[in-house]
Design a binder for this molecule. Structure first.
Ligand SMILES: [Zn+2]
Ligand SMILES: [Zn+2]
Ligand SMILES: [Zn+2]
Length: 160
């Protein structure tokens, strides 16, 4: 993905949140959907860290931000973000992560650090193309994928 910082590299993180919120507003405006205050806060919470957060972590942070501790509200906001491609569900961690390139329709490929839970989303197209080719050879049609690779990020690899 051009111009997207690699979550594992040191980068000016302030842009990740502001750019992410601006992109989300643009995408939702085209779909005549609203980034309500609770949806916006939920996305901001996810964008603040390159890490997948569990629903309860999000709930706690929403409460800290003054949105009350209401699990259905948090779940609905997370579901909305996932539905509109602004966040992904990371099944392995049973958690949610902000999408770093929501303007493209894509099947995410996640690199998850088992040391610090840092998470990067990487270019999915080549992986998906290879998977489709292998599936096609087996007479299989892929409808949905969730590709999650577990390993060590550069920082944790140095520490190991
Ligand atoms: Zn960042
Ligand atoms: Zn994504
Ligand atoms: Zn790590």
């Amino acid at each position: 993905m051009p111009n997207q910082p690699n979550a594992f590299d040191t980068h000016d993180h302030s842009h990740c949140t502001t750019d992410g919120l601006a992109r989300a507003e643009g995408i939702l405006a085209l779909r005549k959907q609203r980034l309500t205050p609770v949806r916006r806060q939920t996305l901001q919470i996810l964008l603040a860290e390159h890490r997948a957060l569990g629903a309860y972590e999000v709930l706690d942070k929403l409460a800290e931000a003054g949105f009350g501790k209401q699990p259905p509200v948090a779940y609905r906001a997370l579901e909305f973000l996932v539905e509109h491609g602004l966040a992904h569900k990371v099944r392995r961690l049973n958690a949610f992560a902000a999408c770093m390139h929501p303007e493209t329709d894509h099947a995410p490929v996640f690199l998850i650090c088992r040391g610090c839970n840092a998470l990067a989303e990487t270019a999915a197209e080549p992986v998906r193309a290879a998977l489709d080719a292998a599936a096609h050879a087996a007479g299989f049609t892929v409808e949905r994928t969730s590709i999650e690779a577990l390993g060590l990020c550069p920082k944790c690899k140095v520490a190991a």
